[in-house]
Design a protein around this ligand. Sequence first.
Ligand code: PLP
Length: 451
Amino acid sequence: MTTLRNLPSVESLLQTRIAAELIAAYGRPLTLDAFRAELDEIRARFKSDPELDLPTMDDILALAEFRLSAWTAPSLVPVINATGVILHTNLGRAPLSDATIRAMDAISRGYSTLEYDLVKGARGSRLIHAESILQKLTGAEAAVVVNNNASAVMLVLAALANRRRVVISRTQLVEIGGGFRVPDVMKQSGAKLVEIGATNRVNLDDYETALAEPIALVMRAHRSNFKIIGFTEEPEPGDVVAIAHRAGVPVVDDLGSGALLDTARFDIAHEPTVQESLAAGMDLVCFSGDKLLGGPQAGIILGRADLIAKIKKHPLARAVRADKTCLAGLTATLMHYLKDEAEREIPIWRMMSLTLKQVRGRAEAWRLELGRGSVVEAESTVGGGSLPGESFHTCVLALDVKSPDKFLKRLRMQHPPIIARTEDDRVLIDPRTVLPEQEGALLVGLKNALR
Ligand SMILES: *Cc1c(COP(=O)(O)O)cnc(C)c1O
């Protein structure tokens, strides 16, 4: 009769050649944990079912190895984005340019001048690195980079409007996603909201009336992910600025996406640019680093030097500061704009600038390689809180499969996982967002999943 006494001990498992290999790969403490967990589980199972055959030594070692690989497998892994959504928030927004990755790599490998002035041989400031290039690019007097745009908005309000009143139109009290609601962030910062206008309409009189009272700031928030259509009204940004300035009140523009290039060049609608916002007289503009800028996660605040100086001094600035890899990467990404090579070097602009013919060519090549599917025209979106309601004309490889949902799941189980979408019961593979270097892996994954 089998009894638990026949179960190998941790000590005997450790004597094996496989154990030595596991220790080399995973370290001794974790390997021991895995052996103990495996043996505990077998004992528990045996107690509830004494008829059970005890696993052999080899079985236990194999199960322990499986456990170790599961314990150490990262959950954050690269995927192939075949959805056609260029700034897919769930898939990490903007992929970075080669120069950006090199800069982040170089700075993270060793020591750097993060807060060190080489000329003086003394302490410097981390805030200067991206600032001078942002000034050059936009003409803004000053700039500060923080962790992301949500913290940029929070910091601006905390530094300039704590316990004071901030005017914002009800047409702009938006939720960006992931629970980021402009009104909630404004309240968190300690500012007092003065809501004006109606959900669909606001006019200059509304601003004028609100500005008759003492006001710290007028805030504007870009409706990043939806449109208001129909009976609507909203004054031009420049006119809002003029009224606010007459009352001596600065205006802050939360642009969200913060394009430096005009999206209208690529047959999609125009997304407000940073330059336009500054030209309209905005005192401060804030936007994300990883949306239409195409860089690493960051929040950028640009504008009047006196306001930026106050922001830099606020205690929250330290809490939301950008790290050295972010600053290195952001600077490298911004350099592409300065050198007028953004369209060629920054992946998201490359994707946007692909012509229908180029996208069709890739989809055709994949169809030939797979011997399956058809190439059809479709629409994809930019995503990531930009250009709501606007889509790209694109070409996709459409696959007819028995169960689209099951097929999507099979695609997600590939290495690397492939993320696609369905439309009219077909699975669509959009070449626009598949990086050229991922093409081989995509085809292997598709073939696997189709088998
Ligand atoms: C996306 C967005 C934010 C938040 O930016 P993150 O960089 O994601 O923190 C804030 N405001 C607007 C208008 C946005 O579109």
